[in-house]
Design a protein around this ligand. Structure first.
Ligand code: PLP
Length: 398
């Protein structure tokens, strides 16, 4: 008999975090592991943001803040949403939390009841469905097609709708695919959500990491009707290289924002006070460091894609957003390395770590076997040597 709740027993821990830990462990043993598993910028937070946090601490921002965040930060976020995303959310509709992941949890607890169904396109970010499970609601995973860059269509959503469907989760630019939805694609989805009275959670955490002149569109900007049922999720982790600061926010219809505020008041209270002040600096201070990071990601993206395309048997096109490449490895399944057969993407991931000394995440972790995810949030040297090791490994397969 276990002391653990059913809830604790039913959720899985984050596979990406577990894999990164394992790779770091091997590294400690002196093995040169090229790490492509991490979902976080390798850059350090820009200096002016760090300075601002220090000044804030010295200036007395070391106490509780209002639960949904300081009014001036909520106002700054409201202004950012208007100027950058063409959406009008008042400061009262913004709830600041300890990371986008936390914002997502708050939002789910605010709107989901046991038995509700939540549509999640896969491949998708692992935490969505585990978080849905925590609320007692049911994740409905919908497999998307590689020929449409893994973007879900209105028809695919329509096909799985039931009277219990409450929420659709969208993530553009997306993890693990890097796909970016176009205005037209979002418009069709928005029409369906309005027609069928669905709520939408639009996770826009990678909005600034976008390449090849692609445009980030927030679905909420398409009409008042869709905005009235959209919860925007965003944060500072990816764009400002602030993963460890734990800072995210949601913009939601007032009723939902109020409920999230209430839930947060009984759980974590507020996001860290001085981090909130530093986040205002991130939003309103110089943006050049961000532009430099994006330029660097773009170079790495091009290099990685070019080197991958050079490897026989793998298929790869250049993703337009985030910092991931989602690679089809179907052609490698069934082949053998030194007599050991590659049975699936998880088996391949294990062999890549042990033999080629490169760490990636299996597509299965994102609900899509037959693929592996590389993150290019790492330096050019690691990309060059890692892709070299991969090529050698693939060449040695029979
Ligand atoms: N949403 C997606 C799609 C992510 O990939 C991640 C981080 O990996 C998050 C949200 C969480 O971001 P945060 O660090 O703000 O909690």
């Amino acid at each position: 008999k276990t002391v653990l709740s059913q809830r604790a027993r039913e959720i899985e821990s984050s596979p990406t975090i577990a894999l990164t830990m394992k790779a770091r462990e091997l590294r400690k043993q002196g093995i040169d592991i090229s790490i492509f598993g991490q979902g976080e910028p390798d850059f350090t937070t820009p200096d002016h943001i760090i300075e601002s946090a220090y000044r804030a601490m010295k200036g007395g921002y070391t106490k509780y803040s209002p639960v949904p965040g300081y009014p001036e930060l909520r106002k700054a976020i409201s202004e950012k949403l208007k100027s950058e995303n063409s959406v009008d959310y008042s400061p009262e509709q913004i709830v600041v939390s300890s990371g986008a992941k936390h914002s997502i949890t708050n939002a789910m607890y605010a709107i989901l009841d046991p038995g509700d169904e939540v549509i999640i396109p896969v491949p998708g970010w692992v935490s969505y469905w585990e978080q849905v499970k925590l609320t007692g609601a049911k994740p409905i995973l919908v497999k998307t097609k590689s020929e449409r860059e893994f973007k879900i269509t209105a028809d695919e959503i329509r096909a799985v709708l039931t009277e219990k469907t409450k929420l659709l989760i969208l993530n553009s630019p997306g993890n693990p695919t890097g796909s970016v939805y176009t205005r037209e694609e979002l418009a069709k989805i928005a029409d369906l959500c309005v027609e069928r009275d669905l709520l939408v959670m639009s996770d826009e955490i990678y909005e600034k990491l976008i390449y090849d002149n692609a445009e980030h569109i927030s679905i909420a900007s398409l009409s008042e009707e869709i905005q009235a049922r959209t919860i925007i999720i965003n944060g500072f982790s990816k764009a400002y290289a602030m993963t460890g600061w734990r800072m995210g926010y949601a913009a939601a219809p007032l009723e939902i924002a109020d409920a999230m505020n209430k839930i947060q008041s009984q759980t974590t209270s507020n996001a860290t006070s001085f981090v909130q002040i530093a986040s205002m600096e991130a939003l309103q201070g110089p943006q050049e460091p961000i532009a430099e990071m994006i330029e660097e990601y773009d170079k790495r993206r091009k290099l990685m894609v070019q080197l991958l395309q050079d490897i026989p048997g793998v298929e790869c096109s250049a993703p337009k957003g985030a910092f991931y490449v989602f690679l089809c490895i179907q052609a490698l399944i069934g082949l053998k390395y030194n007599g050991e057969q590659i049975t699936d993407d998880e088996c391949l991931t294990g062999l890549l770590l042990e033999i080629a000394h490169i760490q990636v995440v299996p597509g299965s972790s994102f609900g899509m076997p037959g693929y592996i995810r590389f993150s290019y949030a790492t330096d050019m040297e690691t990309i060059k040597s890692g892709m070299g090791k991969l090529k050698q490994f693939v060449t040695d397969l029979h």
